[in-house]
Design a protein around this ligand. Sequence first.
Ligand code: ZN
Length: 247
Amino acid sequence: MVSKIVPATALLLSLALPVAGQAKPKYGYSGDIAPEKWGKLSPEYAACGIGTSQAPLNIVTAKTVKDANSQPLKPDYIPGPAEITNTGNGIKVQLKGDLKIGSADYKLLEFHFHAPGEEAIDGVHYPLNAHLVHADSAGNLRVIGVNLKVGAPNAYLESVWNKLPTNKGGSVKVNLPSLAGLLPSSLAYYTYSGSLTTPPCTEGVQFFILKEPVTISTNQLETFVKLYPINARPVQPLNGRVIKSSN
Ligand SMILES: [Zn+2]
């Protein structure tokens, strides 16, 4: 019998591997890993299948409730270093920024895109949307949704698209202008409690979907759609939730 001596470093490495390799189960937008299957892909994705406050939603504007006490969104975004990642399911940009909603403070974590736009307004999806993800110190998530329609080129997006890593898994460090450049002039919104729209579909995420869209040129839209023709989760059941409308 040949006893094999395993060097300590190799042993450590092999012990470490299951942890290091503990990648989240792969999800996607078609076939065996399509959104309808997410809840069954992994126990940690269960909320995707059995959650009752899931996102995105179709916002039926006639059924929204005007909230006289709605808190204005006060973003304080600054130019600075950012990292653009082609995640394999979309494009994510990590950068710093602040958001105040009422007296509560949130930090910008990242923003990313969905084609077509995930939230529908009266059943209609925009060709693209951006989700700007923020968290408070307790980890409560607040997402601002910006819808993009075809029109004039979007100068802010150009600064991102210029540097876009086209290889899946690729990332690049850049300096970006203030994300305020992606926002419309009005920050009036529809708001509801939903979930992450990707696995693990965690609930308790408050969405602020801006009513006013911004524009993107056909070429800019094409740039994204060439990489990701569809990376949007279908709209989810409302289950009695009320969508509020800001002033
Ligand atoms: Zn999103």
